[in-house]
Design a protein around this ligand. Structure first.
Ligand code: ADP
Length: 642
């Protein structure tokens, strides 16, 4: 059933309203509703619009104005009892669409109303049509944008440049509804534009493969970095490389430089491209430029990566990179060979499932904070490798291994030589010492002779001490005895101190030892640690007068071993304190009869540093000296439990 059209009446005069309804509107099939409250009228209009609104002078001009403004498509008919051409003009000027008068006969009144209603319906239709048109164009744009977005996504996901560029050209053709499109890139060497991707909708085959950039339209786009849109009329004036009826070209710009051109064209149709098409092409050209840049970066990075990989693979040192969970990220040829793993796929597997070398696994099992700079591992085939463990942020751990078998061999030969030489040197020195002691026994010596003999003895003892210090220092500095193990310091310190009982009692000195039960174990070389303690304690005894006090303290603090050796001796002048760890340095305040080589503290410092530790001195001349050593603890938790 067709719903009848509705008319709203806002006419004060009952007789007039009834007459209009009964004689004109109802017979014509209109549904009539009458209102006389302005507020209600507005509400009614907001709710649903009638096909027309007939009002008389009782509706205020203000409301008329707001109805015209808020409901511009609603036909507004003015009803008046008096006909007066001036008033008609006035009402029409106000915005009324028609004027009805009491004098109009039925036919005339109906015609007026029908015309107004028809007019409104025409409007309505036009509006709907326009809306549809706009919606379609918007939908098309949304589709275009979605397409662009998809291409953008593909570009960031793909490293296949040819595929991306051909995708870009296809999209360019489809989005602009062109017949053909292509993408040309500038070849800097030849100065030509070279075809990289093309797309044709129809049968025709593309196309030119190479275009010089001088005196060509494409070249002009590259040089000027400006897009062009040309119709067939304009094209007839320009000599282009091939015959087309319309085209648009946009430059591909990377940074500040043009690197090519993206273009679409029609050979058959006249259709001219719009600025909108140009903008779409520009967006696609940007994508293409990004893809080219990505590909460039990728190729460079890949090239560098391969270079590095080749270096790492073929370098003669062993290189092993592990992630934070000690899974293998990279293992080079030298390592594979050393651990007898050739032909196995190791990457991604936990190191302890692949490598069976216990020395290496033990080193890796240490907490990361304890990974030391170096360590030695012995391979199945007898070779010895020096390992460096370097934690790498956000990667894990790099283990580099260097074959030191030949150094070890050299060291062995050198040690043999040195021990032979030192033995050979020591024997005559011992003989000299022995004979100097005998001199006094075979005949009386006068005082001066006795003094000379004492001096000879002191010198010989000095040379002997110097020889052994030099030999020690040489070995430590060369890092030839880097082999380390877990050592418990408490027994080690006590053991080192036992050797000094005689010297202490000779000088009537008191030794105070405080070794805390928390004293941690360290990862170190026991012989060297003992030597370090011995050097400090012997200095303390040597540089403290008779009856003085000597002390050794050890405890754990913040995951570190703290070891102090203190005395109440002569002290070191502040200005000289920075130099006492230098080779052969001896302070100026020493008693004349106290001998020394000036190498003891150098040896101590070298040992401390070899254990990743630090050493410093605090001293007040005449009051005493304290040496403090800090070395990272090996197993903090275990140490504090015991
Ligand atoms: P030296 O063989 O002379 O003892 P060191 O290298 O052991 O050589 O010590 C270097 C210098 O540091 C000493 O000569 C001395 O001047 C100073 N020194 C070392 N330990 C002490 C100490 N406990 N008290 C005072 N001076 C010290």
């Amino acid at each position: 059933m067709v719903r009848s059209k509705s008319i709203l009446l806002f006419v004060e005069n009952d007789a007039a309203a009834n007459r209009l309804t009964a004689q004109v509107l109802h017979p014509a099939g209109y549904q009539v509703e009458r209102l006389n409250e302005e507020a209600e009228l507005i509400r009614r209009l907001q709710n649903q619009l009638p096909h027309a609104l007939i009002v008389d002078a009782s509706l205020s001009s203000k409301t008329v104005h707001s109805i015209l403004k808020d409901f511009p498509t609603l036909p507004l008919i003015y009803y008046t009892s008096q006909i007066n051409s001036e008033e008609i003009l006035q009402q029409v000027q106000k915005g009324f669409q028609a004027v009805l008068t009491e004098q109009d006969d039925q036919v005339q009144a109906l015609l007026t109303i029908n015309r107004a209603v028809q007019h409104q319906e025409d409007w309505q239709k036009w509006l709907q049509h326009e809306q549809k048109r706009h919606t379609q164009s918007l939908e098309k744009r949304v589709e275009d944008l979605e397409r662009l977005h998809r291409i953008g996504g593909k570009i960031s996901a793909s490293l296949n440049l040819d595929q991306v560029l051909s995708e870009v050209v296809t999209a360019a053709v489809e989005l602009t509804d062109a017949e053909e499109g292509n993408l040309m890139l500038l070849d800097e060497e030849s100065g030509n534009l070279i075809l990289r991707a093309a797309h044709t909708k129809g049968e025709q085959k593309t196309n030119i493969l190479r275009v010089p950039i001088y005196d060509t339209l494409l070249g002009e786009v590259v040089r000027s970095q400006k897009a062009v849109i040309l119709s067939s009329k304009e094209l007839t004036k320009i000599q282009t490389a091939f015959l087309v009826r319309s085209l648009t070209y946009v430059p591909l710009i990377l940074g500040e430089q043009s690197i090519g051109v993206l273009g679409v064209y029609n050979r058959q149709r006249e259709q001219i491209f719009s600025e909108y098409h140009q903008r779409l092409l520009e967006a696609l050209a940007d994508y293409a430029a990004i893809a080219i840049q990505n590909a460039h970066y990728y190729t460079t990075t890949e090239h560098e990566r391969q270079k590095l990989q080749t270096i790492l693979t073929h370098v003669r040192d062993g290189v092993l990179v592990l992630d934070k969970d000690l899974n293998i990220l990279l293992i080079n040829q030298a390592c594979l060979q050393a651990f007898e793993l050739q032909g196995q796929s190791c990457v991604g597997k936990p190191i302890d499932q692949v490598v069976s070398n216990q020395d290496l696994l033990f080193m890796l099992k240490q907490p990361p904070a304890q990974w030391l700079k170096g360590g030695e591992i012995r391979l199945e085939d007898g070779r010895i490798w020096n390992c460096q463990l370097t934690p790498i942020a956000e990667v894990g751990l790099a283990v580099t291994m260097h074959d030191i078998t030949h150094l070890k061999e050299l060291d062995r030969v050198k040690s043999e030589f040195v021990s032979a030489v030192s033995h050979d040197l020591r024997s005559p020195l011992t003989a000299i010492l022995g004979y100097t002691e005998l001199i006094g026994r075979v005949g009386p010596l006068n005082e001066r002779q006795q003094e000379f003999v004492r001096r000879v003895q002191a010198s010989v003892q000095g040379i002997t001490a110097l020889i052994s210090d030099l030999l020690d220092l040489g070995r430590i500095e060369a890092g030839l005895d880097a082999r380390k193990e877990l050592i418990d310091l408490r027994p080690l310190i006590r053991q080192s101190l036992e050797n000094f009982n005689n010297s202490l009692s000779e000088k009537d000195q008191k030794l105070e030892v405080e070794i805390s039960p928390t004293t941690p174990r360290i990862w170190g070389n026991a012989v060297r640690i003992q030597q370090m303690i011995a050097n400090l304690v012997s200095n303390a005894i040597k540089y403290t007068p008779k009856g003085g006090r000597i002390g050794v303290r050890a405890w754990q603090e913040d995951g570190q071993l703290i070891l102090q050796v203190w005395d109440t001796g002569v002290g070191i002048p502040p200005a000289e304190q920075p130099y006492i760890f230098d080779k052969f340095y001896r302070a100026s305040n020493l008693p004349e009869d106290v001998g020394g080589t000036g190498l003891g503290l150098t040896i101590v410092k070298t040992i401390v540093e070899d254990h990743q530790g630090r050493i410093w001195v605090e001293s007040t001349p005449g009051q005493g000296t304290t040496f403090t050593i800090v070395i990272p603890a090996a197993e903090l938790e275990e140490a504090s439990k015991s």
